[in-house]
Write a protein that binds this ligand. Sequence first.
Ligand code: UD1
Length: 308
Amino acid sequence: MSTESNMQRILITGGLGQVGSYLVDALHEKASITVLDNFSSTTREAVPHGIHVIKADIKDRIAADLVKQNDVIIHTAAQISVTASMEDPLFDAQNNVFGTLNLLEAARRSSISKFIYISSAAVYGNPLYTPVTESHPQDPLSPYGVSKLSGEKYCMMYHKAFGLPSCCIRPFNIYSPRQDPGNPYSGVISRFIDKAKAEQSPIIFGDGTQTRDFISVHDIVDMITLLLENEDANGQVFNAGTGNSTTVSELAHMILNIFDADVPVQYMPERPGDIKYSCSDIAKARKILGFEPKVPLREGLMEFAESK
Ligand code: UD1
């Protein structure tokens, strides 16, 4: 049996957040985990026993010190809202650009074996074609997309110039029961579920024909776990999606059906800046990582019903 002293040491930034908290659950028996989180957005009430939780910001000096004390860095902490980034681009860049750079600079001066960065499909902007491959032009529509792309570019540049073993994923629309429905910036799935549970009408912005590639957080965790073991992934960026798309209208009806809510959907004008069609091409992740998404949307939505 492994003891804490010979276990791999993994630092998870944003370890109380949506992706980070599920990573902690998946990895804490196999590695010595430290969580760095500023407690800005969490629905998690308790972490598993034995996890070191440090309350600090990725821009802080202590974040750099923690990088140097670990073998692997999984960097999920970020300002995650597109809308908030439109309102305050400086705040967004300070977190997502300078916070990431603070960690990378520390990583360059240490002997880490992997740096995994969570980017976003927002780097593509409005897709020119779907499914979107990693080589699709990157033309973000929001400060958030720009800051995420910037973090990616730094990771790849640190790989090329300094040999840092870094790799990036670009998640499409991640969902999980740990996404906070009370947050006005929450994703469509938690908003629709919140409404359905209250027997209220979900609100569709636009005509509902827009599509998204919804991916369960468990599949995201699977992909990150595959990255941990794969040296060919270093210096690479991977789409993290399912390769399937669903219209927002289909989603609304699926959720009403699962929660047995007998209410009509309501329509509101389209959201400014909304992307119309989104779907990932995951051939690269399949080939290099052996990644295969395992959670069908309906099954992933059922988890919300069971968890609350
Ligand atoms: C999402 C992510 C964003 C990521 C991007 C990558 C969230 C909150 N945002 O943005 O971080 O960079 O994918 O592609 O996960 N909608 C409704 N009714 C609602 C809420 C939303 O009809 O109550 C519609 C929206 O207008 C949109 C779609 O649902 O067409 C998805 O919206 P949303 O879940 O906010 O995510 P994205 O904008 O796709």
